[in-house]
Design a protein around this ligand. Structure first.
Ligand SMILES: NC(=O)c1ccc[n+]([C@@H]2O[C@H](COP(=O)([O-])OP(=O)(O)OC[C@H]3O[C@@H](n4cnc5c(N)ncnc54)[C@H](O)[C@@H]3O)[C@@H](O)[C@H]2O)c1
Length: 373
């Protein structure tokens, strides 16, 4: 019989609790320890796993031991510190929420750490959304026929940043900046789809609508709520990211398209079901995969439904569950790390370069200088 895996989680806010709900669905794993300093969040997490040991700090959780794997879901600027803590006593397998790091000054030490081969999987869960996995399969089939993706476009039009414990997500110093904080997902997806690294980018963006009148202890948020990023990849592809965080009226949250010389492949991803106004608009939309060949022309659209239990367990169209299935395989020694620290590093680096491009108004070279990948 397979042994139940024992998980610990440091940081049990919104995402930590999404991890708890999805681990419960695995069937052969359970959360046995949680660390959360905020009493309300600790109580909410403990209600999901009443038998787990509850601590106020990660140090206590690591000290207590008796876990097979650790999940780190603390605010972005604490990730490197908690990763250090995770490996202070043993080489524990870690699922680390993105972004891998936030501070430009940490880049060299994080790059060195990435080279040591520590058992760290960075949680780039967009790769595991069923419709995005199907999109990647279609692209891979075209690449295997020798075709090249020439253009890749990712558009995310969604709701504003939610409220967080201590409002950590309102300031670049804690998040790394919007293009690091959330868009590292999309830069990872670009690298993964194209199997190539970007060589140059240009970005423009600002905080123009949301958060403008918010004040936290007298300080105004400094995060972006809209941006455009254009990237040239080493393989010759052109890619773009179009982010707008005051567009929650959209039917789909992400629209992604890849075009080769023979066809266009697209996918449409709905946002979190809990925000969809069922009373006014009826059932929430289902994810779509669309293939449009040039010849014969015409769209071929298929729906990619997700098990409602998985949709209910989180905000990410089932991806957290599928990511956990793969991560558990790795913890059991039956599979590789699929999203490495190097992947996590590069996704952050591209986001940092895009933030710098907005700050300076200049394109950024990613092959040499401070933002070399
Ligand atoms: N992969 C994804 O799609 C995805 C989605 C959302 C959030 N995230 C990431 O998950 C992380 C958490 O985000 P969230 O939305 O859950 O934020 P959150 O504020 O809801 O949760 C963070 C929790 O960490 C706790 N915390 C703060 N300091 C701590 C410490 N020293 N030790 C232990 N816990 C501490 C806070 O009290 C809070 O409950 C962030 O890094 C975020 O970028 C990833």
């Amino acid at each position: 019989m397979t042994k139940n895996l024992r998980y610990g989680i440091i940081g049990c806010g919104m995402m930590g609790q999404e991890h708890i709900r999805n681990i419960a669905l695995l069937g052969d794993a359970r959360v046995v320890a949680i660390a959360e300093p905020d009493a309300k969040m600790r109580e909410a997490a403990q209600a999901l796993v009443p038998d787990a040991a509850a601590y106020e700090s990660g140090e206590e959780l690591i000290e207590a031991g008796k876990i097979d794997a650790l999940i780190i879901a603390t605010p972005n600027n604490l990730h490197t510190q908690h990763l250090q803590l995770a490996h202070s006593q043993s080489e524990l397998p870690v699922l680390l929420e993105k972004p891998l790091f936030t501070d430009l000054a940490d880049a060299a030490s994080v790059r060195d750490k990435a080279a040591t081969g520590l058992p760290v999987w960075v949680a780039m869960e967009y790769r595991y959304m069923p419709v995005i996995a199907s999109f990647i399969d279609e692209v891979r089939a075209m690449q295997n026929r020798g075709e090249k993706v020439q253009m890749l476009a990712i558009r995310e039009h969604r709701f504003p940043f939610l409220e967080k414990v201590g409002n950590w997500n309102r300031f670049n110093a804690q998040t790394g900046g919007t293009l690091v904080e959330k868009c590292c997902h999309f830069f990872d997806l670009m690298r993964f789809t194209l199997k190539s690294d970007p060589v140059r980018l240009y970005a423009t963006g600002g905080m123009d609508v949301n958060h403008v009148s918010e004040r936290y202890e007298g300080a105004t948020p400094d995060i972006l709520d809209n941006a455009l990023v254009v990237l040239d990849f080493a393989c010759g592809a052109r890619a773009s990211l179009d982010l707008c965080m005051f567009a929650e009226g959209s039917k789909f949250q992400e629209r992604i398209s890849a075009v080769t010389e023979s066809a266009k492949v697209e996918c449409n991803v709905p946002g979190p079901g809990r925000f969809w106004p069922v009373d006014r608009l009826g059932p929430a939309p289902t994810a779509e995969l669309i293939v449009s060949p040039r010849d014969p022309s015409g769209e071929n659209l298929v729906s990619v439904p997700v098990d409602p239990h998985l949709l209910d367990a989180g905000d990410h169209n089932g991806s957290t569950y599928y990511q956990h299935v793969r991560f558990a395989k790795f913890v059991r020694g039956n599979g590789p790390i699929e999203v490495s620290m190097e992947d996590g590093f590069k996704a952050v680096r591209i986001g940092q370069a895009a933030q710098e491009s907005i700050r300076t108004g200049q394109p950024i070279d990613l092959t040499e200088g401070p933002f070399r990948l």
